[in-house]
Design a protein around this ligand. Sequence first.
Ligand SMILES: [Zn+2]
Ligand SMILES: [Zn+2]
Length: 366
Amino acid sequence: MKMQAAVLTEFNTPFQIETVELSPPQAGEVMIKMAASGVCHSDWHVVEGLSYFPLPIICGHEGAGIVESVGEGVTSVEPGDHVTLSFRANCDGCFYCQRGKPNLCEVYTPVLRSGLMKDGTSRIAWRDEPVHIMTGLGCFAEYVVIPEDAVVPVRRDVPLEVAALVGCAVSTGVGAAIYTADVRPGESVAVYGAGGVGLNIIMGAALCGADPIIAIDTNSSKMEIAREFGATHTLYSDESTIGQIQTLTQGRGADHVFESVGLQVLQEAGLEATRPGGTLTLVGLTPFGSGTNLPGAVITRTEKVVRGSFYGSVHPRRDFPMFLDMYSNGKLMLDELVTRRYRLNEINEAYANMLTGEVARGVIVF
Ligand SMILES: [Zn+2]
Ligand SMILES: [Zn+2]
């Protein structure tokens, strides 16, 4: 069948809205009619050629929609089900899946990096060439055909644009606070970056009972929304930031510091803002090939912990429904996260706005 999709054909060029050919789902695959796809910075790394994906590619890795059809052997969903897409499909059987780390699934990691399906082929063609999909999804398109292992059924009474955000920003942010860092009541938290992911870290830290929760950003328009999401203090990011964090934490630095932007300079500042024995959690994705200059001499002598958090250490099948229950019960503010909606053909405008930092989360609605 034919559908519209935003295709990236060359790095550092705009997305092109193209008509592409989509094949039906094969065994173990699901076709989903997309309802909403979030506008996330990780897609931009692909545009800039800083990820590993081959071209042409359809980006988009934070989506929700309604199951259209299923391939042979699919048992967990049926047509009409509302679903959130996981950008880390997981097999449930490998070394990591069996050890509670489905975000590191070793069966799917190479598949997702290839931009193709498990069998090495694509379900999408453009001008008779195979089109790749980002992280096994490619949800900047009217439909996706993806592995059942990436599809999580969710309750039908929540808006699908909210269900979409659970697929990246919410899991990455809230999960980083409650699972990866395991923030405890009364612990101090500082969060670098109050964008889509940063606001969710703040919200997760608030759920954990952290105090104070210090939000740091260079965009003063983010300060008010950071407070709505649970920040007790907001700091404009400049050379005085670390001193101010220390002042707010009895001169020690924060128990937990989170870097949500993916900037080396903030990773390094974050370590300095962490108290001795405290934990710096790196959440923002830096481009492949980029380094960081965290001082080993300091880490050793202060017992500071530096750890990565990928997809908030979540279990999609367990946590996506839980996050949406929490939203329904008023524990997670997700309506407030969606600050702007776009049509698919406005996707380049959506990314221009994301880069200026003027929106918490833009969402493409279909
Ligand atoms: Zn994302
Ligand atoms: Zn696995």
